[in-house]
Design a protein around this ligand. Structure first.
Ligand SMILES: NC(=O)c1ccc[n+]([C@@H]2O[C@H](COP(=O)([O-])OP(=O)(O)OC[C@H]3O[C@@H](n4cnc5c(N)ncnc54)[C@H](O)[C@@H]3O)[C@@H](O)[C@H]2O)c1
Length: 320
């Protein structure tokens, strides 16, 4: 029987790119996604439009909160690897509705781990987040940096990571967690700053910044995040690895860069800080460089130009 890769959240931003990469490599892929309405499900359907035409692709519309469904999938399909991307993303959304975030991100991950116990799955790659670090003690964050999340989202991802570690120690499951630092690129979530700033800049509308714009972020280009994810299927220990660009830029700097690249007339406007946002993120990626042997290849200048270029093409296509 042929072996398959299950990608949870495979219709989302990162998940759909992972699906495309695996299909390009000739793998058989099952995408499990519930097309959650956190952002327009039509975007998610369009993310997997091309994949859906591939004979090696199968879509299962379902929810990771349904543990019996995951058990059934693992008993009916011959799955070698799970790439677990499904989550309720969004720091600010988690401040509004912490329970949903817990149920999807933490209980949902536990459902997958429990189902894997009685299966032939060889390894799980678990999508974690830089949000597990939260309060900054020092920069860059190495993987040993204290974990004090500042949002329910960060807490839920840290709890999920701990379940992964405990299940590998207790039951011998192979699981690598990847702490992505804000990922951007084509198909990116519409709620992320780079998407919002680009939309506003292209229509010459004011760009709104919450706080004074001195918060800094390490951004990871989607292709780099996908490479790390597919590499981690075969390499990488039962630990967590930082996956980031390895440099940081302030929110002000980001807005100015986007205005410059788009040639926009947008002005920057400042609003009161919002709860749950980390002050700074910056990844030390030396652990991932040693094993699985990954490092970021696309810097923020090149990445933003690529993203904005593709964003414009997609926008023009929609308007036709
Ligand atoms: N994008 C980033 O910057 C970033 C940074 C750090 C970590 N992450 C993590 O990477 C993963 C992917 O993030 P993304 O940005 O692609 O988000 P996304 O929202 O675009 O993708 C998540 C997908 O999961 C699906 N989903 C949500 N709840 C589900 C449920 N209960 N059952 C089944 N499917 C469900 C959604 O419909 C969506 O298609 C998430 O685990 C997220 O926490 C993302």
């Amino acid at each position: 029987m042929s072996k398959k890769i299950l990608v949870t959240g495979g219709a989302g931003f990162i998940g759909s790119h992972v699906v495309d990469r695996l299909l390009t490599e000739g793998k058989e892929v099952i995408c499990l996604d519930n097309f959650d309405a956190y952002y327009d499900p039509a975007i998610k359907h369009s993310n997997i439009k091309l994949a859906s035409k591939n004979k090696n692709f199968k879509l299962i519309e379902g929810d990771i909160r349904d543990g019996e469904l995951i058990k059934r999938i693992l008993s009916e399909e011959s799955i070698d690897y799970i790439i677990h991307e499904a989550a309720q993303a969004g720091v600010r959304a988690s401040v509004r509705d912490p329970r949903k975030v817990h149920e999807v991100n933490t209980t949902g991950t536990l459902n997958i781990l429990e189902a894997v116990l009685n299966s032939s799955v060889k390894k799980i790659v678990n999508a974690s987040s830089s949000s597990v670090y939260g309060k900054v003690k020092y920069l860059p964050f190495d993987e040993e940096h204290p974990k004090n999340p500042v949002s329910p989202y960060g807490a839920s991802k840290l709890a999920a990571e701990h379940y992964c570690r405990v299940f590998s120690e207790l039951y011998g499951l192979k699981i690598t967690s990847l702490r992505y630092f804000t990922v951007y690129g084509p198909r990116m979530r519409p709620d992320l700053a780079i998407s919002i700033f680009t939309r506003k800049a292209l229509s010459n509308e004011p760009i709104e910044i919450f706080g004074d714009g001195t918060k800094t972020r390490d951004f990871t280009y989607i292709d780099d995040a996908v490479s790390a994810t597919t590499m981690a299927m075969k390499k990488g220990s039962n630990e967590a690895y930082n996956i980031g660009g390895g440099t940081r830029i302030s929110v002000n700097g980001l807005a100015k860069k986007i205005i410059e690249i788009t040639g926009s007339k947008s002005k920057i406007m400042y609003f009161q800080n919002v709860k749950g946002d980390a002050e700074h993120t910056l990844a030390d990626v030396s652990k991932a460089e040693k094993e699985p042997g990954w490092k970021p290849r696309i810097n923020i200048n090149d990445g933003l130009r690529k993203f904005i270029g593709e964003f414009k093409i997609a926008q023009e296509r929609r308007m036709k």
